[in-house]
Design a protein around this ligand. Structure first.
Ligand code: PGA
Length: 300
């Protein structure tokens, strides 16, 4: 008779999906020894190895693959059971779990605050990460709903746009171009740009824009947060390209300037995204409707 706990199933599922003990540990916020221990116990109970190690990589054994199929079904059923219970609780006491692009974290809390005034008993869990990771969360069905730039075509996603996201070029206020008008794009070739990390939506949009315009930009240091880029630009390390949504405070306090460059801003939009056919809980549905009904224009 197979004995296992739900925790062991969740751990097994994470290791099987990531094919890595360390990434599974990260995803579940557990330590790697805790993960190994759970897998070992499960394997002992199964009486067969579920993973095998070849070189540095781990793979599912045949038994592992079979077991993973059932494991996913069990976990899926549980998620559905949870959704049904949430449905019975209704919007009022539901839990909203959303994930947003780091750039969207500049306006999402204000929206959530307004939403929670309407539904004071609802609880919210907000996860902030970059575009690439958001797409992974959606692919693995690990988040209810996402706020991000336009998702790529061809994925089974429902995406509705709800707000503008213009990308602008920022410079220190003392920069020689700070007060210039109609700066030609070609002039930017003389500057160094600080860029977001690979996988950032801002970075991808910026690279696509300059490739389309046939301009080669000199890129300097890569930074994984909008905040770091703003600080580095203020400190004179180079120019930056960020969403206007992220710099309201710096513009108000005159710590950064937006350059007036031809063909700028790059016009992007925010989308509310979930998997097609996903059974959204009442509170998630209510938040989606709330987003779409807003005339949200947090632009300065
Ligand atoms: P970010 O923004 O990943 O650069 O934070 C998301 C997006 O613009 O799609």
């Amino acid at each position: 008779m197979l004995h296992f706990t739900l925790r062991q199933l969740r751990v097994f599922d994470a290791v099987a999906r990531h094919l890595s003990f360390s990434r599974a540990a990260q995803a579940l916020h557990l330590t790697q020894p805790a993960i190994s221990m759970q897998v070992k116990q499960l394997e002992e109970s199964a009486g067969l190895p579920l993973f095998e190690q070849l070189g540095k990589k781990i793979y599912l054994t045949e038994a592992g693959r079979e077991f993973h199929h059932y494991c996913r079904n069990i976990l899926q059923q549980l998620t559905e059971a949870e959704a049904v219970l949430d449905e019975l609780k209704g919007v009022e006491r539901g839990k909203l779990t959303i994930s947003v692009a780091s750039t969207a974290s500049y306006f999402t809390p204000q929206l959530l605050a307004r939403f929670c005034q309407r539904f004071p008993k609802a609880t919210v869990s907000l996860n902030v990460t970059n575009r690439e990771h958001l797409l992974q969360l959606l692919a693995h069905n690990e988040t209810d709903m996402v706020i991000m730039g336009r998702p790529p075509e061809g994925l089974d996603l429902e995406a509705v746009s709800f707000m503008g996201n213009p990308l602008v070029i920022i410079a220190p206020v003392s920069h020689p171009l700070a007060n210039a008008h109609d700066i030609p794009l070609s002039r930017l070739a003389e500057e160094t740009f600080l860029v977001r990390e690979q996988g950032s939506g801002t970075r991808i949009a910026m690279e696509r824009f300059f490739a389309d315009q046939g301009i080669h930009l000199t890129t300097g240091t890569e930074m994984s947060t909008n905040e770091a880029i703003k600080q580095a630009v203020q400190a004179g390390m180079g120019l930056g390209i960020l969403s206007l949504n992220t710099i309201a405070l710096e513009l108000e306090t005159k710590r950064l300037a937006v350059l007036n460059v031809q063909n700028f801003p790059i016009q992007r939009h925010w989308y509310v995204v979930h998997r097609k056919g996903k059974r959204l809980s009442p509170v998630t549905r209510a938040f989606k409707a709330f987003l779409l009904e807003q005339d949200v224009q947090p632009l300065p």
